[in-house]
Design a protein around this ligand. Structure first.
Ligand SMILES: C[S@@+](CC[C@H](N)C(=O)[O-])C[C@H]1O[C@@H](n2cnc3c(N)ncnc32)[C@H](O)[C@@H]1O
Length: 325
């Protein structure tokens, strides 16, 4: 998407920072580009293509900062503010996004904050950039910066852009309400988000010895560390793409599997979670999951050698418990 950024008169400086970095062949010609990427699979792809990745987001200033959108409006605006904070005086902020991600609206908002914008529209996407000229409306960037800060919901720490950042997911709540108190041993929480299910399991199940959380979104995992810090049993947090499998086996696995990639439904992602879970369960182990009722997960459980039963359902969700014999 950013491949044509240099075609419209943007000077291409030696150094650039890329927030939400994803690899593209056109970037290979760049002298020095540093990427920051909170999603594990994109971060892996970026490094696999030979680009340098920084974690955390570096604090120094750059002549050019590129931004791809986050998952939510607040997160994208917070990334604009993060880009602004890292721009050298006179530097350029470039953003690119599909129209379906709200490109027109974000372009208007950035123009309102910077007073100048140059926009290119191609392939149902917009790339737009603004020059820092000392006249940007800093009060708008202050508001956007605040949108990216950690906040509390029902006593839990969350951040914009992570899953269920403004309410507890009702499907996860239904699973939490049905967790058997006798769950024991070493447990994995796949796609753990900010730690709701792990917290519920630790509260309800005194015989759990340890919980390992696996989550691809580094910001969600940071929140989970905070949300679970008060528990006295061992907890490990893994920044991990669950679809690549796990290296240990478990007495029990909990999950509310994702079924969206970007904005699109991706049932294969949910299926891949089930497959990983089936392979990572001990004999006699239990998989406890919640899913939207229409998702065809029962056949996936059977295909992966698990027996299952439906423990509960409401008008939206079903709770499935599966076992490995
Ligand atoms: C439906 S949410 C459930 C979150 C949390 N367990 C809860 O109940 O609130 C699914 C989670 O899976 C994460 N996720 C998506 N793709 C992933 C992947 N490939 N590997 C690991 N986690 C992933 C998402 O970031 C999200 O936090």
């Amino acid at each position: 998407m950013l491949a044509f950024a240099g075609d419209d008169g943007i000077s291409v400086p030696e150094r650039a920072l890329f927030i939400g970095a994803q690899p593209h062949p056109a970037l290979k010609a760049w002298p020095t580009i540093v990427g920051w990427q909170p999603w594990k699979h994109f971060a892996t792809g970026w490094e696999r293509e030979g680009f340098f990745r920084s974690d955390p987001l570096p604090l120094e200033r750059w002549p050019l900062v590129l931004v791809l959108p986050g998952k939510s409006r607040d997160e994208t605006l917070a990334w604009f503010a993060a880009a602004r904070d890292r721009l050298e005086p006179g530097g350029t902020l470039v953003a690119a996004m599909p129209n379906t991600a709200g490109a027109g609206r974000f372009e208007k908002q950035l123009k309102n904050a910077t007073g100048n914008i140059v926009s290119i529209q191609k392939h149902k996407c917009r790339a737009f950039h603004a020059y820092e000229n000392g006249a940007w409306r800093e009060e708008i960037f202050d508001e956007w910066r605040a949108l990216g800060e950690a906040r509390k919901i029902s006593g839990f720490t969350v951040k914009a852009g992570i899953f269920s950042s403004d309410h507890i997911d009702p499907g996860s709540q239904l699973l939490a309400d049905h967790l058997p108190a006798g769950l024991h041993g070493v447990v994995a929480d796949l796609g753990a988000g900010w730690g709701f299910l792990s917290d519920a399991a630790l509260k309800r199940c005194p015989e759990i010895q340890r919980i390992d959380l696996f989550e691809a979104d580094a910001r969600a995992l940071d929140c989970a560390r905070v949300n679970l810090a008060h528990h006295d049993r061992p907890i490990t947090c893994h920044w991990h793409d669950v679809t690549t499998g796990l290296s240990e086996i478990y007495d029990a696995i909990l999950m509310n599997p994702p079924f969206h990639s970007a904005q699109a439904t991706d049932i294969d992602l949910g299926r891949a979670f089930l497959k990983t879970a089936a392979a990572a369960l001990k004999r006699g182990g239990k998989l406890l999951l919640v899913a939207n009722r229409q998702l065809p997960y029962e056949a996936v459980l059977e295909a992966n050698g698990l027996t299952w039963s439906k423990i509960a359902e409401d008008k939206t969700y079903k709770i499935l418990f599966a076992g490995k014999i």
